[in-house]
Design a binder for this molecule. Structure first.
Ligand code: 4SX
Ligand code: FE2
Ligand code: CA
Length: 289
């Protein structure tokens, strides 16, 4: 599957399996040499790596897979088969009008370690949620492309996928999706959180749940981070606008649910338990603000 804006062969692959899990997440590297550099880099870190021949993943050239220091199975590739982007084929656009895969939000028991690792890979920091008094980092958003993020970290049991997010052109696409969900009488099971305006990222958003798919965010209109010297925005965990700029409460399931991973052999990755404390810090144990 791919979005209308994407010229790569695919950005998502769904495979039937015995349990719902994320087999790997991929990043595209800038040059063919970067694939070899990545293989050496993960080898030197003592991570398990695997070279895969061109075509092992459909539409991809030679790639390297590894279990990264955070426990995620990743795939790095440079060469890809180009396909025709369909940005202006409005006659073909359907559903929420998905443009592209925007970001992956990962749940991890140690956000500072994740932040440090991705900083070393060359990711920039756009925003954080912190407890300024207790000097505790709850969440961080990091980018390579020139928007708010490609990856974000949410403190919680992990390594797991917290959600995957797809960008749509404009907020009206999200309203229209909500209308479709209502018309199908699927609102109770499908709409998890939103629609709303994020504090962090300023994006307009909706989170949806469907069967055993990971939580899926529909996301639009965040901002440009590409100017050299772009400064991160730091939110205090007690600022009720940080996750929803209008102060709407975040439902408990949003903090608690995440999807498991598979390792390089397709076996489930063990999860380290980490209680989710951000919600109770901010709204109290009764879940009311
Ligand atoms: O809930 S937050 O406003 O912190 C937020 C969550 C901001 C951007 C995201 O992509 C997200 O998933
Ligand atoms: Fe997100
Ligand atoms: Ca609901």
């Amino acid at each position: 599957l791919r979005g209308y804006e994407e010229f790569i062969h695919h950005s998502v692959t769904l495979r039937e399996g015995p349990e719902a899990a994320c087999a790997r997440m991929g990043f595209r590297v800038r040059t063919p040499e970067d694939v070899d550099r990545a293989a050496r880099y993960f080898d030197e870190l003592g991570c398990r790596t695997q070279r895969v021949a061109a075509g092992t993943t459909p539409g991809f050239g030679e790639a390297v897979r590894a279990i990264d220091p955070l426990g995620f199975t990743i795939e790095l590739v440079h060469e890809i088969e180009h396909v025709e982007p369909l940005v202006q084929r409005y006659d073909l656009r359907r559903g929420a009008s998905i443009n592209r895969l925007d970001h992956i939000n990962i749940a991890t028991p140690d956000v500072p370690v994740a932040f440090d690792y991705y900083s070393k890979l060359g990711f920039g920091l756009s925003e954080t949620i912190e407890d300024f008094d207790e000097k505790k980092l709850y969440a961080a958003w990091m980018f390579r492309k020139q928007t708010v993020h490609d990856v974000a970290f949410t403190l919680g049991s992990g390594p797991m996928i917290h959600h995957i997010a797809f960008a749509v052109p404009e907020s009206h696409n999200i309203f229209s999706l909500c209308d479709t969900i209502g018309a199908l009488d699927l609102q109770a099971s499908v709409i998890e959180r939103g629609p709303g305006r994020h504090g962090v990222s300023n994006a307009f958003y909706l989170y949806i749940l469907f069967h055993d798919a990971p939580t899926t965010e529909i996301y639009t209109t965040d901002y440009f981070t590409g100017d050299p010297g772009h400064q991160p925005i730091r939110w205090d965990v007690h600022d009720e606008r940080r996750r929803d700029f209008w102060g709407n409460a975040v439902v408990p399931s949003w903090y608690l649910a995440a999807s498991g991973l598979l390792d390089l052999d397709g076996h489930p990755t063990p999860v380290h338990d980490q209680p989710v404390t951000e919600r109770t810090v901010t709204v109290g144990a009764d879940g009311l603000g």
